[in-house]
Design a protein around this ligand. Structure first.
Ligand SMILES: Cc1cc2nc3c(=O)[nH]c(=O)nc-3n(C[C@H](O)[C@H](O)[C@H](O)COP(=O)(O)OP(=O)(O)OC[C@H]3O[C@@H](n4cnc5c(N)ncnc54)[C@H](O)[C@@H]3O)c2cc1C
Ligand code: SF4
Length: 482
């Protein structure tokens, strides 16, 4: 079994320490498990993946090197180059980390795209439920009579902030010490974020234990508070399992089976069970499929011609925006935040401020423990920033301070006034929201889902002041003085 630590990859981005540690420690532990089970393991540190493969072939002259198809385009082209160089010796097997393969998804998408070329996640989700037999009766109809209980899952945080389950931690051991020392020794790395602290499991047993912990403590309340955010707790009822699914420590089937098993034992509310299953067999698989269905240029789309730099506040520089301050702190401490801070704080602000989507993508990819090209590209370029012009979402996910105020407790402790559009204390989200609609009128006003937003914009009497304040806000965001 061949494991390659490719130094060029380590030096290619300013990786979050926890992200790098998670990947390397997971590889290391797996290599040791395999060696203990009797496999011959070749653990190599090489200048690049290709150099590692060449050196392995020179040392061991294997008849065949079996590799799993990559879930990312860069990995796929690396495998194609290796196959050119080493011919039939490279044997590529399917990627089995998804319930729906890229080919199955593309066939589904070709058959189900709407007249305007768009797809609907809900169509895909129902198709998945039926064909996988998940939460459907013998006639293929949804258990409980409805497919989707999302309307029950939009509660704001409880007034007292609520109490939420604590996440388990792994005690750092000799392997963690070895990996931390290795990372410290490599020349030329740029690292960000807090050091490794056991927040993330790095083996399959640990990942499975996290799933069971979530089912016992988080799943029941997952649905209602799925979109809520509170400043005193970084993950609420979220499962924290995305890095394990993406690295292959967990298969989606492991997660679905464990949840359905708990559901069959009873007492779990259907809106939580259905809501969570939808994330795993719906959203995750849909995002993966869209990545392959859209062309290789998807990552560089920039429909709104956004070119501003990433605000230093995202990287943890001081800011008076309480929401950004907390979310950036979580990214620094854990390399993770849940979906709403990613979408409605980070991506929302980046979109409103006209930040280059490729810069946001690069930063998120390097900073989040669950980052991978296949999942980042549709989430950032499609869902987060509308850089694909609406292929993923029917309208941009943008909002002013009102949405953040409704779904979080951030605004109560903020120097800015979430409902003010102009003036020194106006909430930057609110100013930029109106300015965004105004700047992109030509591109967006014809979108029938945005009719009410434009009707509201047209009623504003202070649009000139908003424009002036927005220029100041964007400049202060870019210079890190907001
Ligand atoms: C701008 C942006 C960037 C994102 N980047 C990533 C990323 O790099 N890696 C990543 O795994 N997810 C990403 N997501 C999706 C989502 O935010 C995370 O999967 C989720 O927050 C992970 O936390 P959790 O495991 O506690 O998820 P839960 O809320 O407990 O949900 C369970 C699982 O559902 C899956 N899931 C739900 N929504 C999505 C989605 N939109 N895309 C893919 N999987 C989904 C994940 O596997 C997740 O573990 C991104 C979302 C946005 C808006
Ligand atoms: S007032 Fe605006 S900047 Fe402050 S926390 Fe609320 S949304 Fe964020």
């Amino acid at each position: 079994m061949l494991f390659i630590v490719a130094l060029d990859k380590l030096r290619a981005a300013p990786w979050h320490r926890q992200r790098l540690h998670l990947i390397l420690a997971t590889m290391r532990r797996f290599s040791i498990e395999l060696a203990d089970a009797g496999y011959r393991v070749d653990w190599r540190v090489a200048s690049s993946m290709a150099a590692g493969v060449d050196a392995h072939i020179a040392a061991f002259a294997p008849e065949q090197l079996r590799v799993m198809r990559s879930s990312n385009r860069a990995g796929a082209s690396l495998i194609a180059r290796l196959a050119q160089r080493h011919g039939d010796r490279i044997d590529v097997v399917p990627d089995d980390r998804f319930l729906c393969s890229a080919e199955e998804f593309c066939a589904w998408a070709d058959a189900h795209q709407r007249r305007d070329g768009s797809l609907l996640m809900e169509d895909f989700y129902r198709w998945q439920r039926r064909r996988l037999g998940i939460l459907v009766d013998a006639d293929g109809e949804p258990e409980g009579g409805v497919w989707n209980l999302d309307h029950e899952n939009r509660l704001p945080p409880p007034r007292d902030g609520g109490t939420w389950p604590e996440s388990p931690r792994s005690a750092p051991d000799a392997i963690d010490a070895e990996i931390a020392a290795f990372i410290d020794d490599v020349d030329g790395l740029t690292l960000t974020g807090a050091p490794w602290d056991g927040t993330w499991a790095t083996d399959r047993a640990g990942a499975l234990a996290r799933v069971h912990h979530f089912i016992a403590h988080g799943l029941e309340g997952f649905g209602p508070y799925e979109d809520a955010v509170v400043s005193h707790h970084w993950h609420l009822n979220h499962s924290l399992i995305s890095p394990y699914l993406n690295l292959g420590l967990l298969h989606p089937r492991d997660v679905v089976d464990a949840v359905l098993d708990a559901h069959r034992r009873g007492a779990l509310p259907m809106n939580s069970v259905e809501g969570f299953i939808r994330q795993i067999i719906g959203w995750r698989e849909y995002i993966h499929g869209v990545y392959w269905w859209r062309g290789a240029d998807y990552a560089s789309e920039n429909f709104l011609d956004a070119t501003d730099p990433l605000p230093p506040a995202f990287r943890g520089e001081p800011t008076d925006m309480n929401c950004v301050h907390h979310v950036a702190r979580w990214v620094n401490d854990y390399g993770w935040t849940h979906h709403i801070p990613r979408l409605m704080v980070l991506a929302n602000l980046a979109t409103l401020a006209g930040v280059d989507p490729a810069e946001l993508l690069g930063w998120m990819h390097a900073s989040f423990v669950d980052g991978a090209d296949w999942v980042m590209v549709p989430n950032v370029i499609g869902m987060g920033t509308y850089a694909d012009g609406g292929a993923m979402s029917t309208k941009p996910y943008v909002s002013g301070g009102n949405y953040i105020s409704k779904m979080t407790d951030f605004c109560r402790g903020c120097a800015f006034d979430r409902s003010a559009r102009v003036g020194d204390t106006a909430c930057p989200f609110t100013t930029l929201y109106w300015d965004f609609l105004d700047r992109h009128r030509e591109r967006l006003a014809g979108n029938h889902r945005m009719g009410r937003m434009y009707a509201n914009l047209n009623r504003l009497g202070d649009i000139d002041e908003i424009r002036t304040r927005a220029v100041q806000v964007r400049s202060r965001l870019a210079s890190g003085t907001l």
